[in-house]
Design a binder for this molecule. Structure first.
Ligand code: NAD
Ligand code: DAU
Length: 336
């Protein structure tokens, strides 16, 4: 397949680009990325010389650029990862979430409609369902009730993307994944923040009572699900992607500390996130039935590998956590 990937320098996008090129899922792969604070070309060092790979530094809101790329590359599919992805940042400043997640997705859809594309895969999130009370698990028909500007922007872009199938018969497929973890994740998200803080014996901030539940999915399993949805998923359909491993945050952090031989006393309760969703839980039978996909990496194994990766790549994390991120963190989180 010839692929045009957006946001391929971020955490999940870069995992997808590495797997797609190394595993020959793609005969040609063009990566359009704005290189925001979350985009990092170091994540792609192992594929940057692959002749099948092309990196383009640009914004999905640049309509002319996007049209030109689709015309030049004639991709079989667009895989749309690019987004502002962090809930806390969306609470602090929602503007960029509107610009990229909503307006950017619109720009991309319009460009794809103008030139024509065989498949548009819109990468979304289980957060669009909002907090889900036990004992329910959300299937793809579950009502949308996003809580944060981030999840609302993703829910809006999901609906917009799906409307291009209903209205224009543009072959759009949407995937909604649960919390990803793995190597190269920006250390503002729970698991990499806790690992890298523990590496430095720094406090580990637990929001509220720490009993919020998230379903953890290893990033490569997510990428394999996207590939499966591209190959065997149907246009106009939504597929949940989960790791079937729901855990309270506190348990996850204790597992990290135990695996790293660090004391639980490093955990420090801090002020809760406003509008914090209590529980995410989804079913993944639809994707499994349609494509045969199954999550392959169990949480214990994935977490161990992730901890090992951060330990072996302390310089990567050090570079990412210094400078602008350090200032952002101190400005917004000091004094909680
Ligand atoms: P990330 O923040 O690590 O990376 C986002 C990438 O998009 C970066 O490389 C950034 O430079 C790029 N980008 C941002 N704005 C852009 C723009 N206007 N034009 C071009 N590129 C732009 O994000 P991630 O965690 O890898 O998430 C990727 C996608 O998966 C997002 O759509 C997110 O909503 C979705 N998702 C994430 C998770 C998760 O747990 N991280 C779970 C489910 C779904
Ligand atoms: O469910 C999928 C979503 O998962 C994706 O769509 C988002 O892009 C991704 O960021 C993630 O959202 P969360 O808000 O669930 O992830 P985060 O890592 O920010 O937080 C996970 C849980 O841990 C959440 O309950 C808040 C809590 N938390 C987080 C941080 C960063 C803490 O207790 N302390 C922290 O310092």
């Amino acid at each position: 397949m010839r692929l045009l990937v957006t946001g391929g320098a971020g955490f999940i996008g870069s995992a997808f680009v590495r797997l797609a090129l190394n595993g020959r899922w793609a005969s040609r792969l063009t990566n359009l990325d704005k290189l925001t604070y979350a985009g990092n070309l170091e994540n792609l060092a192992e594929v940057e010389r692959d002749p099948a790979y092309r990196f383009v530094h640009g914004d999905i809101n640049d309509a002319q650029l996007v049209v030109r790329l689709i015309e030049e590359e004639r991709p079989d599919a667009i895989v749309h990862f690019a987004a502002e992805s962090h809930v806390d940042r969306s609470i602090l400043g929602p503007g960029a979430f509107f610009e990229t997640n909503l307006r950017g997705t619109f720009t991309l859809l319009e460009a794809a409609r103008a030139v024509g594309v065989e498949r548009f895969l819109h990468v979304s999130t289980d957060e669009v369902y909002g907090s889900i009370d036990e004992p329910h698990d959300a299937d793809e028909g579950y009502p949308l009730k996003p809580s944060s500007p981030y999840s609302a922007s993703k829910a809006g872009s999901d609906l917009l993307a799906l409307s291009y199938w209903t209205t224009y018969k543009m072959p759009v497929t949407v995937t909604r994944a649960s919390n990803n973890y793995g190597p190269y994740q920006f250390p503002e998200k729970l698991i990499p923040l806790m690992i890298t803080n523990a590496m430095e014996d720094k406090a580990l901030p637990i929001y509220g009572d720490g009993m919020q539940v998230r379903d953890w999915l290893y990033v490569d399993d997510h990428c394999r699900a996207i590939r499966a949805a591209l190959r065997k998923g149907a246009p106009g359909e939504i597929y949940n992607v989960g790791g079937s491993r729901a855990l309270p945050n506190r348990d996850v952090v204790e597992m990290i500390l135990d695996a790293m031989g660090k004391p639980h006393s490093l955990m420090q309760t801090v002020k809760d996130r406003p509008g914090h969703d209590r529980r995410y839980a989804i079913t993944t039978e639809k994707l499994e039935r349609a494509t045969g996909w199954r999550a392959e990496v169990d949480f214990e194994t994935g977490l161990k590998e992730t901890i090992e990766w951060y330990r072996a790549n302390g310089e990567w994390a050090g570079r990412v956590k210094s400078g602008a991120y350090q200032e952002y963190y101190e400005r917004n989180y000091a004094g909680r």
